[in-house]
Design a protein around this ligand. Structure first.
Ligand SMILES: CC(C)(COP(=O)(O)OP(=O)(O)OC[C@H]1O[C@@H](n2cnc3c(N)ncnc32)[C@H](O)[C@@H]1OP(=O)(O)O)[C@@H](O)C(=O)NCCC(=O)NCCS
Length: 329
């Protein structure tokens, strides 16, 4: 009988732009306060990319770090997947820009769009590629620059988002199975609660769409909040069930960092105490598909996770999309 191919996580990496925007900085541009933002969201500061620093640039730095940790060269990568909703351009894909920057020409590369759940969707695709025998070594990136699609006059959204990138190298293994389960979901009937109205084929860019700021994120925050909590709970519970693990087996729970109150509500419903929940939202804000992978990378770097520990990533985002994965570090 043919032996099942397992997946090994070889390494992770991350990159944040240098510029820090604090809540106090935001007080100077919209009618808000550090107190409001901190208590409603948990965010204190976020990183902002430079004008000449596109998503692929952050993706490159995160990828180089992940390659270094994995101890492999770019030439050993068989395919590149970049989860993003803020690509360098509509096309070519950010994955193609990244491929050229890594100088691994002819390696297949594509983008994946699933908003804040993008990295977990990417894990599912990477796992399937490896298990099918199609590709052996995969570079998976979650990278977003939400500050570039933010309306800086809208206080209800501009305080929430930031920029960053995270990367993971996954490889075929005969002895390991690090990705214990993945669960994904989506419901497109909620597409009007969190979206970017113009620039696509439904409403191509015109002077009017620019003047009306339709190339920036629009969100009905409270309604998003209400759906996010039960869907994240569902995803977390399903992924745990599929993995055969129990809540007690999970060393660290890494939820999408969108709002501290969402994180606390989800943790409470799953029955996991906050000391086992990873939080870095205070310094990152919401960085969409980069959130769970950069948080995982930080948890590994800071020693919160050791080799062999079980961790669960859970995300929710525009679409709506949601997903969770249980993996072994
Ligand atoms: C956006 C969010 C923080 C708003 O918090 P909220 O408690 O729901 O606040 P509301 O939208 O009810 O607004 C309450 C008041 O604060 C005001 N307000 C909104 N943003 C503000 C800001 N940055 N500073 C000060 N006041 C603000 C509103 O105008 C409103 O004022 P009003 O009562 O005079 O009308 C919250 O709904 C949220 O986090 N939702 C989920 C969003 C999310 O995570 N999206 C990404 C998912 S991937």
């Amino acid at each position: 009988m043919k032996k099942k191919i397992g997946v090994k996580v070889l390494g992770t990496g991350s990159c944040f732009p240098k510029k820090v925007i604090t809540n106090v900085d935001l007080e100077k541009i919209v009618d808000t306060s550090d107190e409001w933002i901190s208590t409603r969201t948990g965010i204190k500061e976020r990183r902002m990319s430079e004008k000449d620093e596109p998503t692929s640039e952050l993706a490159l730095k995160a990828s180089l770090e992940a390659l270094k940790v994995a101890g492999i060269s770019p030439k050993q990568i068989d395919i590149i997947i970049v989860a993003t909703i803020t690509p360098d351009m509509f096309f070519p894909s950010t994955a193609c820009f990244l491929q050229a920057k890594l100088n691994i020409l002819s390696v297949p590369a594509f983008d994946l769009s699933a908003s804040c759940s993008g990295f977990i969707y990417g894990i599912s695709v990477a796992k399937a590629f490896i298990e099918s025998g199609f590709y052996k070594t995969i570079l998976l990136v979650g990278a977003d620059e939400l500050t570039k699609i933010t309306d800086w006059t809208d206080r209800s959204t501009c305080v929430l988002f930031g920029d960053g990138a995270g990367a993971m190298i996954l490889s075929a293994s005969e002895s390991n199975e690090d990705i214990l389960s993945v669960f994904l979901g989506a419901d497109g009937s909620y597409s009007d609660l969190l979206f970017l109205p113009a620039g696509g084929t439904r409403s191509p860019a015109t002077i009017d769409t620019v003047n009306e700021k339709l190339h920036t994120i629009k969100m009905r925050g409270q309604e998003v909040f209400r759906v996010a909590v039960p869907k994240m709970v569902l995803a977390a519970e399903k992924a745990l069930e599929f993995s055969g693990k129990r809540v007690e087996d999970v060393k660290l729970f890494i939820p999408h960092q969108a709002n501290m109150r969402i994180i606390e509500a989800v943790a409470k419903r799953i029955g996991i105490s906050m000391d086992r929940v990873f939080v870095n939202i205070h310094k990152t804000g919401n960085i969409s598909s980069a959130t769970t992978i950069t948080a995982l990378d930080e948890a590994i770097k800071t020693g919160k996770l050791k080799v062999g520990d079980i961790v669960e990533l859970v995300a929710f985002g525009g679409g709506f999309t949601w997903g969770a994965t249980v993996l072994r570090v």
